[in-house]
Design a protein around this ligand. Structure first.
Ligand SMILES: [Zn+2]
Ligand SMILES: [Zn+2]
Length: 247
């Protein structure tokens, strides 16, 4: 078994709140500099920057797990990840169907562009990506399950946009692959307070919006290889694989 340093939650230039510096090449170079083996690309309600980051990551030897940070109807942020580009595209279609038609105000929220490896703009999302989908948390989870993806409620104790801020409890009808907790919460204390969370693997990540934030928080995962299927097994603690440390 090997140990991998994973930061599975970060935004790119595509998120309106993500820095324009967060291009595929900057993200991958910074991740290498910070000693990360695996990064997750999780823009708000869009997967459209994933493929280019994946490509650059592959050239430079970093595993890029592709997905999105979805805002559910209840305004809960959930990370979603997919095993291949076919599944990712089907999920993008679902996002396009369920993101409300509210246009982005660039002045107010920032640019929503995606770029190639040379940092040339490839496309621009017109709809505001930080809106909530018209889908509830269990509907989003169901779609992710249909596509054999990973479903991970993000920063669950954050004072806004989280399971506990919006719902006050972990819904009984969802079965996350893991849960995210930010560095400001003490995991053991929260699990004592909410014993229903004991069954889940906890992940910590940077939620980087700027290059300097990449890898400032991460999870050390013990598994055979740095790939999607191994990650799934590690989150479910199969065959000795597990998350062994949170930073
Ligand atoms: Zn979030
Ligand atoms: Zn985020």
């Amino acid at each position: 078994m090997k140990r991998f340093k994973a930061d599975l939650h970060m935004h790119t230039v595509l998120s309106p709140c993500g820095s324009l510096e967060m291009s595929p090449v900057v993200i991958v170079n910074k991740a290498l500099e910070r000693g990360l083996d695996i990064i997750g690309i999780t823009d708000h309600n869009s997967t459209r920057q994933c493929a280019e980051v994946y490509k650059v990551g592959k050239q430079k030897g970093i595993t890029v797990i592709c997905g999105a940070e979805v805002t559910t109807k209840e305004e809960v942020h959930c990370l979603t990840f997919f095993e291949n580009f076919e599944k990712l595209e089907l999920f993008q279609k679902y996002l396009d169907e369920h993101l409300p038609i509210i246009l982005n105000d660039v002045e107010k929220f920032g640019y929503q562009v995606w770029v190639d490896e040379a940092e040339e703009i490839v496309g621009q999302e017109e709809r505001l990506l930080i809106s909530a989908l018209d889908q509830s948390i269990d509907e989003v989870e169901q779609k992710v399950r249909e596509l054999n993806g990973l479903f991970i409620p993000a920063h669950i104790f954050r004072p806004s946009f989280s399971v506990y801020s919006q719902l006050g409890f972990m819904p009984f009808d969802i079965t996350p692959d893991a849960i995210g907790m930010s560095a400001r919460v003490v995991v053991d204390e929260q699990i004592k307070k909410y014993p229903e969370l004991k069954q889940y693997t906890v992940l910590r990540s940077s939620d980087a919006h700027f290059p300097e934030q990449i890898g400032t928080h991460y999870s050390i995962i013990e598994m055979e290889e740095a790939n999607f299927e191994e990650l799934r097994k590690a989150l479910h603690q199969q065959g000795g694989r597990k998350v062994i440390e949170l930073k």
